[in-house]
Design a protein around this ligand. Structure first.
Ligand code: HEC
Ligand code: HEC
Ligand code: HEC
Ligand code: HEC
Length: 501
């Protein structure tokens, strides 16, 4: 193992930053929520009330005083590629049958585009008024600093109540300064990090896992900042569709599955199998914590936001959050002596191995959904179907947890492989149960699978009118979004609209 003693490498950085971070703890406490009860269910009466915490959400406001951080943050706009996942792998359209994800799902890109992408994605629909549309307010939660601003102004209850379109003219700045910093603190004014979590539900979730933010050391805080958004979460239907992280039993795939089962939660009912499904979001923090780097205290920031030296010799944090291999000398090479190609090949081969197993699980799940449909069509009863449907739910949850964990092949490849392996086990159980039911109802096997070789074929097979969804979205983008932009500019929230694409 050619690992440098990384503490040594970090000493120059730690000494420059140490003086800075001690003070920021105090600042964090003075401009943050202290209400942090981590119980479930969170009674609506315990949600954060409006507060006098001031959140300066306008990112451009910081360009003058923090040119290095601002300019490197702005560079996330260079990660422009929208990679459509459904066209690449049409099986996903079947797996998410009956749920918005089957219409459009893209791989992540730069932080600069969060607002643009949530407006453009077919999943948020085409609401022509503030009270229409498929999605609740919670869908904005990880998009930018206007979210903590509104939570402070309105309180959590009023923030989360209502439809997504309610705040279209308010949430207009993409992931930025006030998402991660107490920008009104004295420390920040002096150029210190003053890291802060400004979303009350995140503070409550960290309490649940015994990590009170204000008591954390600097390393933990650096990762917790990313856990604002790069986590598994769900919308509490018993509350006001407020965001909750399902961490009450732990962070593993089994722990969260147990939690969801206990509260009988499901995100949607599958259109073919009628199974009560779970959609994994992006448990990046959770899988990182179980991987080799997480276990060794290497934070997200060590790899994704390294300290760099500017042309003037000043050291600052590179805010261009992206692929750490693009910044190899300041990231991996701080701790490892191997060549870039060597490490990149290791990561790439892990990615391919995981992909191979993942596709096998997807194929099995596709069969299971169609077999369940055939069983229902042949008159199978709820009682007969229940065990198979639970097995489908668990198998697909495992697949989704592995698939939606962006960078999981890097952060914790062993964990991901185990999750996929247990997913294959669950889907085998489902299909064995279904085979018995199909035989009892005299259904000829194998149950045929329609053509799903392209996204268009799969949309047709699943009865999804994609042209209609796209036409409605185009109308919304043409008629409503410019109004949102105009109103936001007149309120002084932004000077120029978020990019259209
Ligand atoms: C995704 C979270 C995130 C966002 C968004 C973000 N920062 Fe930071 N920032 C950090 C982290 C992490 C550090 C390093 C903290 C540490 O060293 O402990 C940091 C450090 C800083 C520092 C301290 C000096 C330095 O360079 O280390 C300043 C000043 C700063 N950021 C300003 C900004 C400004 C201005 C913006 C908006 C343009 C911004 N940040 C956006 C996470 C963020
Ligand atoms: C306020 C929410 C939020 C915070 C805080 C946040 N992210 Fe993100 N991040 C997102 C969203 C949303 C996307 C997807 C953007 C898109 O595709 O439009 C994303 C995308 C990314 C990407 C993909 C970038 C690319 O170019 O492909 C990386 C890597 C990433 N985040 C890492 C981090 C790290 C590391 C931290 C902590 C320092 C962090 N994020 C903090 C919300 C957040
Ligand atoms: C040891 C270094 C390291 C640490 C620690 C680390 N990452 Fe990563 N991460 C990477 C690398 C390298 C990649 C990209 C691998 C590739 O595809 O080449 C990546 C990929 C990602 C992606 C996917 C980007 C995309 O476009 O698909 C996200 C999101 C992400 N990381 C977030 C995080 C978060 C959040 C944390 C902490 C909870 C974290 N990372 C910790 C190295 C790291
Ligand atoms: C802050 C220090 C640090 C940084 C930065 C860092 N690593 Fe590591 N890495 C470690 C430590 C510590 C271990 C565990 C070493 C051990 O077990 O002996 C490790 C282990 C590894 C391993 C072997 C363990 C395994 O997964 O089988 C690989 C591969 C690896 N790192 C890749 C990377 C890559 C790629 C990057 C950059 C994207 C990176 N590391 C960045 C500290 C770091």
């Amino acid at each position: 193992m050619q690992t440098k003693k990384y503490l040594w490498v970090h000493i120059p950085i730690l000494t420059t930053m140490a003086a800075l971070t001690i003070h920021s703890t105090q600042a964090v406490e003075s401009h943050s929520y202290s209400t942090t009860s981590g119980q479930y269910p969170v009674p609506v009466s315990n949600l954060a009330k409006p507060s006098d915490i001031v959140i300066q959400s306008k990112n451009s406001q910081f360009s003058q005083n923090y040119p290095r951080q601002y300019q490197s943050w702005y560079k996330t706009s260079e990660s422009t590629d929208v990679v459509p996942a459904l066209e690449e792998d049409p099986r996903l359209i079947v797996l998410w049958g009956g749920y918005g994800f089957s219409k459009e799902y893209n791989k992540p890109r730069g932080h600069f585009y969060t607002v643009t992408d949530v407006r453009n994605i077919l999943r948020t629909g085409a609401p022509m008024t503030p009270t229409e549309g498929p999605m609740p307010m919670a869908c904005w939660t990880c998009k930018g600093p206007d979210v903590p601003r509104l939570i402070a102004e309105w309180g959590e209850k009023d923030f989360f109540s209502g439809k997504w379109a309610k705040a279209g003219n308010q949430i207009v700045n993409s992931v930025g300064c006030a998402d991660c910093h107490d920008t009104t603190s004295k420390d920040f004014e002096e150029g210190k990090p003053a890291l802060r979590i400004a979303r009350p539900h995140v503070l409550r979730a960290l309490d649940v896992i015994g990590k009170n933010f204000n008591q954390m050391d600097t390393t933990d805080k650096r990762t917790a900042i990313c856990a604002n958004c790069h986590v598994e979460y769900y919308f509490d239907k018993n509350g006001v569709n407020n965001v909750v992280f399902p961490w009450f039993n732990g962070l593993s795939v089994d722990d969260m599955e147990k939690f969801y089962d206990n509260i009988q939660f499901s995100d949607w009912t599958h259109s073919l199998s009628k199974a009560p499904m779970l959609k994994a979001q992006h448990p990046d923090f959770e899988t990182w914590s179980m991987g080799i780097h997480g276990k060794n205290g290497v934070s997200c920031v060590d790899c994704h936001m390294p300290k760099v030296q500017g042309a003037d010799g000043k050291v600052y944090t590179d805010h261009n959050v992206g692929n750490p291999f693009n910044n190899f000398q300041n990231t991996c090479a701080n701790c490892h002596t191997q060549k870039k190609e060597t490490l990149q090949n290791i990561v790439e081969s892990r990615k391919q191995n995981i992909k191979e197993v993942m596709l096998k699980l997807e194929d099995q799940l596709v069969h299971a959904h169609f077999e369940a449909k055939a069983a229902w069509d042949a008159g199978a009863t709820k009682e007969e179907m229940q065990p198979a449907l639970t097995a489908i739910r668990h198998a697909q949850w495992r697949w989704d947890y592995a698939a939606a964990t962006h960078g999981g092949y890097m952060h914790a490849p062993d964990v991901i492989l185990k999750v996929l392996g247990t997913g294959l086990d669950r889907v085998a159980t489902a299909r064995a149960d279904l085979a018995t039911i199909l035989a009892e109802h005299h259904v000829k096997t194998p149950v045929p699978i329609p053509d799903i070789s392209t996204a268009n074929a799969a949309w047709k097979a699943m009865g999804i009118d994609i042209q209609k969804a796209r036409a409605e979205k185009a109308k919304f983008l043409k008629e409503i979004v410019p109004e949102w932009n105009k109103e936001a500019i007149s309120k002084g929230l932004i000077d120029t609209p978020p990019p259209a694409h």
